[in-house]
Design a protein around this ligand. Sequence first.
Ligand code: UDP
Ligand code: MG
Length: 315
Amino acid sequence: MISVIVPCFNEEEAIPLFFAEMEKIRKKVSHQFEYIFINDGSKDRTLEVLRDLSCTNKFVRYISFSRNFGKEAALYAGLQACEGDLVTVMDVDLQDPPELLPQMIEMIEISDIDCVGTRRSNRKGEPLIRNLFAKAFYHLINRISETEMVDGARDYRLMTRQMVDAVLELTEHNRFSKGLFSWVGFKTEYLSYENKERVAGKTSWSFWELFNYSIDGIINFSDVPLNIASFVGAFSCFISGVAMVFIIFRALLFGDPTAGWPSLVTIILFIGGVQLLCIGIIGKYIGKIFMETKKRPLYIVQETEKEVNRKVDLK
Ligand code: UDP
Ligand code: MG
């Protein structure tokens, strides 16, 4: 059986389109399918759409959160709930082309790989600034983190049960799925495809959200920023030590004409800035530790298809 996990946030228009496309694929392959839609606290009619869908189709399940917990939490909930031997995670906006699925299934079945990932060969149709930042992010994180992140890789992937179980063992609160999928290892191959635009609705990520998400990615998978803080500190200690010796000798040899106020002020400001920056970096990590130590659940479920089906049965 194949489990299809689909996080949805305000996607009332996209869900029927997605389901129709997927059904075409389902009929082409010989496998049994199980859909798990996760309603991530949508404010529109997403939940109603999902209820209807699961009432008419036995193999459609859904999990509805009590509020918006984010795509990462939704993915985790889906992975926990799914029962398939192969598991795929897909966006509902058809940016992850379902047409690739049969090929992905075949790749996993005929060879001994554990995961088929997908990557976009270009970022056509996306804002230029976003592309530049995305490039810079992947360049940076691959240099400072031991976990490899493939540029353009999507969350869209087909995994074996074994790999899903491994991902589920990572229960951390700050989730950066691209990194987690890569961190667990296993043999992964990538399929490339041309970027597609959303079929309906609009993206729920603003530039700043993506920016913060990338900072999360860096902090979750690397402690290099902390080392930078200590490096900058050590470096400025060294420089100021040398400067001090120089000034002392200059004063001894040539006397001390009172000058250098401006330079003094700039130096104080500079050092102050460096200190604040370093405290900020440390603070970021402490914030993460703080959230992690609370051990709050990653999501809270308000309703699943089981309750609704039971109500229908009682009637
Ligand atoms: N999504 C979600 N919770 C959120 C934001 C997004 O479940 O808080 C889902 C959304 O419904 C979609 C997928 O995550 O299925 C990808 O979102 P989107 O298309 O907005 O992101 P983009 O493709 O622009 O990166
Ligand atoms: Mg999208």
